[in-house]
Design a protein around this ligand. Structure first.
Ligand code: BTN
Length: 264
């Protein structure tokens, strides 16, 4: 038996000409990325957005579950960038930066990032980005940019690493206002990324990046690497001075919260 899901609305041309020209809005989905993937395979145009009030199988990066209770913002955007997988690597940093700016316009509070694409306030996570592509071709036909933001949730049972915009500003926040703000930021940033890649975003991303010059441990596959974050390079890679004094560049990895004071 299928999910009891139903489309609330399909809107057209509500935000901006490119990003959000069409919005599919659902009450419940397994994952907005799954629905966006289906639409993309059927030929949905670039900029199509899928939103759901809740997700029953929200995904985070790696093997993580993205708990998708009522009150959060769960949105996926279909894009067709015509770039190689390598060129696309820094794109999730660009989206994190765009979403951070969008949140700032709505709640007037500075948003930090934690490489690769966690959105944080006071070292607690308020959102994350999951960029997915399909197939093995050098240039994917499309990508799905999944964005999750903790907007109006008031508690995170057994998880003191999460917070929400509402908990930060002590008032309810309009998710629709946030969707519009994200659309507006990406309307500017996406074409800039297509033409100039990560360079125009690098300094701003670095200024938000909460782990720059900090000692961290990074999980890469089954390895745990200790080191000090020296820089984010022009391709969005993390430059780490490891505990045995080697400079390495990482394209992927998960930063652990623990900091080793020996390297600070
Ligand atoms: C992360 O920080 O691990 C990424 C979280 C991404 C969550 C969003 S919510 C909308 C979209 N649908 C999903 O299943 N995941 C992304």
């Amino acid at each position: 038996m299928g999910l009891p899901y139903r489309i609330l609305t399909i809107w057209s041309n509500t935000i901006t000409p490119r990003i959000g020209h069409k919005i599919y809005s659902f009450l419940v989905l397994t994952s907005t990325n799954d629905e966006a993937l289906k639409l993309a395979k059927k030929g949905a145009k670039e900029g199509t957005i899928v939103i759901s009030r809740i997700q029953t199988k929200g995904r985070g990066r790696g093997e993580n579950i993205w708990y998708s209770e009522p009150g959060g913002l769960y949105i996926s955007i279909i894009l067709r960038p015509n770039l190689s997988r390598e060129e696309l690597l820094p794109f999730s940093l660009v989206i994190a930066n765009s979403v951070a700016k969008a949140i700032e316009t709505v709640i007037k509070v500075k948003i930090g990032t934690k490489w690769i694409n966690d959105l944080i306030i006071d070292n607690k996570k308020v959102g994350g980005i999951l960029v997915e592509t399909e197939g093995e071709t050098e240039k994917p036909d499309f990508l799905i940019a999944g964005i999750g933001v903790n907007v109006n949730q008031t508690h995170f049972p057994n998880n003191d690493t999460m917070t929400s915009l509402r908990l930060i500003v002590s008032q309810k926040i309009s998710r629709w206002q946030l969707v519009k703000a994200i659309g507006k930021e990406l309307e500017k940033d996406y074409p800039l990324f297509l033409s100039n890649k990560f360079s125009p975003f690098r300094e701003e991303y670095k200024s938000r990046c909460a782990i720059l010059n900090k000692a961290v441990s990074v999980i890469v596959g089954s390895d745990k690497i200790l080191g000090k974050v020296i820089d984010i390079d022009e391709k969005g890679r993390l430059i780490l001075l490891t505990s045995n004094q080697k400079l390495i560049r990482l394209t992927l990895g998960r930063i652990l919260r623990e900091f080793d004071p020996l390297f600070c």
